[in-house]
Design a protein around this ligand. Sequence first.
Ligand SMILES: [Zn+2]
Length: 352
Amino acid sequence: MGMENICMKEKLDAILLDGKKRIADVKNLTELQDVKSFLLGKQGALTDILKEIPRLDVSMRAESGRAANNLKDQFTAMIEARREEISLKASEISPDFDLSVPGIPPPAGALHPITQMCYDLNDAFRSMGFEIFQESDITSELYAFDNLNFAPDHPARENMDTYWIAGHDQGRGGERLCLRPHLTGASVRYLQTHKPPFRFVYPGRAYRNESTDARHERAFFQYEALIVDREFTFSSGKIMIKSILSKVFGRDVPIRMRVGFFPFVEPGFEIDMGCLVCGGAGCSVCKHVGWIEIMPGGTPHPNVLGAAGLNPAEFTGFYVNIGLDRLVMMRYGVDDVRLFRSADLRFLSQFR
Ligand SMILES: [Zn+2]
């Protein structure tokens, strides 16, 4: 009978030793669940022992039963402790995890090439002491037309040409509100609210109520720069534009100035830049001329200065209207700018 007792104790010790090792060796909760079934489940080693107890000598049943139940409690506690341990380490990266394997990049957005060009120009102008000025896309009849000498019956004021908005400007004389048809109103607002000399750029959208085709858009982006000072020569302006373009393109950009005629400046000029795609030899982007027109400009019209409360006899200036589209075409050597407005991500994602 003593032998049976010793036998039982040895069996339990062996199960304990084996169980301890199994519990310590599990690496995750699934494995732990398997070990739990193996040790305590219906087919488990300990269940087999408990089944043997009724067959033992009566004097040993109680002690063996206690020992077996005690072992069951021990295993239960050990498994719980191990479960907690594994849970705490759940966020740790396993050493088997290979960090050098290339991942799957999440789809990311990017700036549109025209927006990127606008930001690059902002940086270049800011580095030369210009302020970036922006105002709301909604303006009033005063700023869109009256200030700029548009006659009261001028066709541009008609519903056909401008988007009028219900409501009136509460702040001033109750003028009608509209989407700005040009950026010049913004420049007048800046001149009125700042002190001379002035150096600022005012990028933004302008709106025209017209049907769209290859050359006309209802909304388009403009980028204008204005210097107003008591003295400013065209040659300084030319050097300034050359430096700005060289900064934006990261290399020397040849430019030339030609006489041009525009209603809002007097005198006017046209600035061309040497085609960067062909280096001046001629290509489809520059229409085989070697140069591309990028910005009209000139001395601001006396009416604009007058609207801002400046004496046109005392002040002069330098104004350019930069063609963002043209600069983007130069940057990427693309000869049809409509592609950039196509909203076709297969095309646009090339320019990230
Ligand atoms: Zn070219």
